[in-house]
Design a binder for this molecule. Structure first.
Ligand code: SF4
Ligand code: FES
Length: 260
């Protein structure tokens, strides 16, 4: 523990719900330990607001270890804040300077209705998964480990794609509100493994179709998603998704829905 503290001014988005108007409210955040995480800073501010009889700021969180994908707000215009490849829960206050003004807003996208303050409904991402982000298996004895050899390159790529924690920052960062990076990561991590082959075509078609039905925009290669992703998911996976989708459309007789 460094024992160092900083004083900040927060401008926080407050909104009771989707149907209510929202506004930025200003709160002082004084004597904040630089060792605290961003979410711990919000905890401290909330304790003080509660003591003053002000409703605490609603924000999402769970593991606070960068693995569950629950946290996420836009900090000074950037989803998950200024630290590259870092979730909001892993962002530390030493990243800010004494006297800084910090603007905190919810993830904004057409497919993310606001619930309250900084909390938005990201269940549309779950619905994309439900459309095909799984493999169907018969339960029973686990297969012998070496019965399905996986090339090292594919195993590494599948692991890279599987690093996606489903936080949805890519959607909030995209000017089109596209979920292509998320969907590409989920399709790729299964499509690169032997177990994912039987449903590969249907998976690509169904997940992309569901994504479009849910109001996510299309990809026009801005690259903001990759820059905002706390897990470093590469937009190369979007190219892989486009190839899978085109091939699936040809093989399954469906018209491709997007350009490659
Ligand atoms: S691709 Fe990155 S930003 Fe998008 S949901 Fe996955 S981890 Fe979050
Ligand atoms: S709270 Fe789980 S990733 Fe941030």
């Amino acid at each position: 523990m460094s024992g160092k503290t900083i004083n900040l001014t927060l401008k926080v988005w407050r909104q009771q719900g989707q149907a209510n108007p929202g506004r930025l409210e200003i709160y002082p955040a004084e004597q904040i330990p630089t060792d605290a995480s961003f979410l711990e800073m919000l905890d401290i501010v909330n304790e003080r607001l509660t003591l003053k009889g002000i409703e605490p700021i609603a924000f999402d969180h769970d593991c606070r270890e960068g693995i569950c994908g629950m946290c996420g707000s836009v900090v000074n215009g950037r989803p998950h804040g200024p630290e590259k490849e870092t979730t909001l829960c892993q962002l530390h206050m030493r990243r800010f300077k004494d006297g800084d003004t910090v603007v905190i807003e919810p993830f904004r996208a057409r497919a993310y209705p606001l619930i309250k303050d900084l909390v938005v409904d990201r269940s549309a991402l779950d619905q994309i998964i439900m459309a095909g982000g799984f493999i169907s298996v018969n339960t029973g004895q686990a297969p012998e480990a070496n019965s399905l050899p996986v090339p090292k390159e594919n195993a590494d790529l599948a692991m890279d794609a599987a690093a996606c924690i489903g936080c949805g920052a890519c959607v909030a960062a995209c000017p089109n509100g596209s979920a292509m990076l998320f969907t590409a990561a989920k399709i790729s991590h299964l499509g690169l493994l032997p177990q994912g082959q039987p449903e590969r075509n249907q998976r690509a078609l169904r997940m992309v179709q569901r994504m479009e039905q849910l109001g996510f925009g299309s990809c026009s290669n801005h690259g903001e998603c990759e820059a905002a992703c706390p897990k470093g998911i590469s937009i190369d996976f979007i190219a892989r998704l486009n190839r899978d989708f085109l091939k699936a459309g040809l093989l399954e007789g469906a018209m491709p829905l997007m350009e490659v």
